[in-house]
Structure formats: structure tokens, C-alpha cells
Design a protein around this ligand. Structure first.
Ligand code: NAD
Length: 275
């Protein structure tokens, strides 16, 4: 694969994906909403044989995604690897999350992936060369966690979309993967830096609210490195893996969920009602 397009490429997992692709000699479009982060990323991404293109892109805006695609094709020609990676988070109990925060989260995490698929897949099918789509989901898309309802819902949607897309593209030269990490050391807890002004600030007594008031970063404890994730992703693409996991220690949580689902089928099978 010669050319990659990575959304949310200016920080964290996206930046590591950009770097890993450049290191393999690929040409890479780094698509991101944050102008200063794009510039910082370009300053550190030197010394690779692959070429780097910085493209402004708001994945929540379909026209912006289409324009970024066109700029990439103009610079590099056909695109082979699409990483729908941009994502944001907002915490809080489901009944307390304000509507603008829901709209922002779903606009980026769900519609951002939808826009990537609708704007790139026709191009990738039409050029006919082998390619791959990686959607960044999360372990939060594999289970519902208290205090993370909107984020879990958005990532569960990304997992389902990816499964459907893989089935729809099964007879093409395009593979599909969904990346589902646990904690990774990135600026994810500072997602709000890119939120529209309509999203109200976090409560002052929350972890995020206190950090903002004190002007300090919000770190992710016990996270693995984004580079480790990127290496895992490139291996998963080469292997044609639909699910790319990075935290084997979270297996028991998924096994527990499957046991509960299985038990629900047992209940259905023994239900004595009319059929
Ligand atoms: N960090 C974790 O622990 C973790 C775990 C599981 C999944 N994820 C997922 O990984 C992905 C990357 O997040 P990260 O942890 O690297 O965070 P990050 O904040 O370090 O990077 C996210 C990047 O996305 C960009 N972005 C935000 N809104 C955008 C928009 N509307 N359009 C284009 N770009 C936009 C940001 O500018 C930033 O460069 C996200 O989808 C996130 O949900 C993260």
C-alpha cells in the first residue's frame, strides 16, 4: 500500500499511525481539525522516506472530509489505507450530558467514521488496487461502562459499522479492521480542546473541571504507548484481522458479557410462552 489518510493524525494514536506509515515509506495525509497540532506534528515527523501532507479536516463535516480526500488524491494519487481515527470523549451520567455534548460526540465519533466511509470507499473501490479501512473503536464499544454512556454508544456503533462494512466489501480488494484499545497515553482526556463553543464546560468539581481551572494536563494513567498501538494495527492490517485488540488483560470482561448474552438465549429457549 502506497498512500494513507489518517484522521486525528496530529496527536496520540493517529500521530503514531502516521509515523508508522511514513517509516514504511508510505505517503501519508495527516488530517486533523487542530491547526497548531498539525504544525507540531510536522516538526517531529522528519527523516522518513514517505512524504507527509498536512490537511485541515473536521470529520464531523462531510464536505470537509471530501475536500481533504481531494487534496490527498491531488498530491499523491490513489489512496490505499484509510484510518478513521479521530475521536473525542465526554464523561458524565447519561441523564446529565447536555444535548450539545451528545451532538459533538456523535458528530465526531460516529458521523466522522460514516463520512470517511462514504467519501473514500467509492474512490478506493474504483481504483481497484488493494486497500484497507481501519476504524478506531474502543474497548468501550464492547461493553457499557458507568459514566461513559455516550462514548460507549458511539464506539459500539463504530464496531457494528465496521462489521457491516467488512461484509459489504468481502468481494472487493478492500479489507476492514476495527481497532479497540483499552487505555492509551494520549491527550484523549483533553478532547474538549476541539469542542465547539456550544458544548458547556465540565462541572468545576469534576476531574476535568479541576484540571482546566489549574491549567494542568489530564494524563491517562496506566495507558500503553500509541506507538505500540500503531505497530499492532499495521500487523493486524497485514494479517487481515477484523478486530484489532491491544489489551489482552481485558478479555475476561468480554467473556463475562458473552456469558450474560448466552444466558439470555437460554432464558429465551426455555420460555414457555406461545410461539
Ligand atoms: N486514548 C485512549 O485511551 C483511547 C482508548 C480507546 C480508543 N481511543 C480512540 O482513539 C482515537 C484517537 O484518540 P487519542 O487517544 O489518540 O486522542 P488525542 O486527543 O490524543 O487525539 C485525537 C486527535 O483527533 C483530532 N480531532 C478531534 N476532533 C476532530 C475532528 N472533528 N476532526 C478531525 N480531527 C479531530 C484531535 O485534534 C487530535 O489530534 C479516538 O477515536 C479515541 O476515541 C482512545
Amino acid at each position: 500500500m502506497k498512500t494513507a489518510f489518517v484522521t486525528g493524525g496530529a496527536s496520540g494514536i493517529g500521530l503514531a499511525l502516521v509515523e508508522a506509515c511514513l517509516a514504511r515509506g508510505m505517503n501519508v495525509a495527516l488530517a486533523d481539525i487542530e491547526a497548531s497540532a498539525r504544525t507540531r506534528a510536522a516538526e517531529m515527523l522528519t527523516g522518513h522516506t514517505g512524504q507527509l501532507l498536512l490537511v485541515p479536516c473536521d470529520v464531523a463535516d462531510r464536505a470537509s472530509v471530501a475536500a481533504a480526500r481531494d487534496a490527498t488524491i491531488a498530491a499523491f494519487g490513489p489512496i490505499h489505507l484509510l484510518c478513521n481515527n479521530a475521536g473525542v470523549g465526554t464523561g458524565g451520567r447519561i441523564d446529565t450530558v447536555p444535548p450539545p455534548a451528545w451532538e459533538w460526540l456523535m458528530g465526531v465519533n460516529l458521523m466522522g467514521v460514516v463520512h470517511g466511509i462514504t467519501e473514500f470507499v467509492p474512490h478506493m473501490k474504483a481504483h481497484g488496487e488493494p486497500g484497507h479501512i481501519v476504524n478506531t473503536g474502543s474497548m468501550a464499544g464492547m461493553n457499557g461502562f458507568r459514566g461513559m454512556g455516550p462514548y460507549c454508544a458511539s464506539k459500539a456503533a463504530v464496531v457494528s459499522l465496521s462489521e457491516a462494512l467488512a461484509a459489504e466489501l468481502a468481494d472487493t480488494a478492500l479489507g476492514v479492521s476495527v481497532l479497540c484499545p483499552g487505555s492509551v497515553n494520549t491527550r484523549f482526556y483533553e478532547s474538549r480542546r476541539n469542542a465547539p463553543e456550544t458544548v458547556p464546560p465540565p462541572p468545576p468539581n469534576s476531574r476535568e473541571g479541576r484540571a482546566i481551572a489549574e491549567g494542568r494536563p489530564i494524563t491517562i494513567d496506566h495507558g500503553i504507548s500509541p506507538r505500540e498501538v500503531a505497530a499492532r494495527v499495521l500487523h493486524g492490517i497485514a494479517a487481515g484481522d477484523l478486530y484489532i485488540f491491544t489489551h489482552p488483560e481485558m478479555r475476561s470482561m468480554i467473556d463475562d458479557r458473552h456469558a450474560r448474552l448466552s444466558a439470555a438465549f437460554d432464558q429465551a429457549a426455555t420460555f414457555p410462552g406461545d410461539r
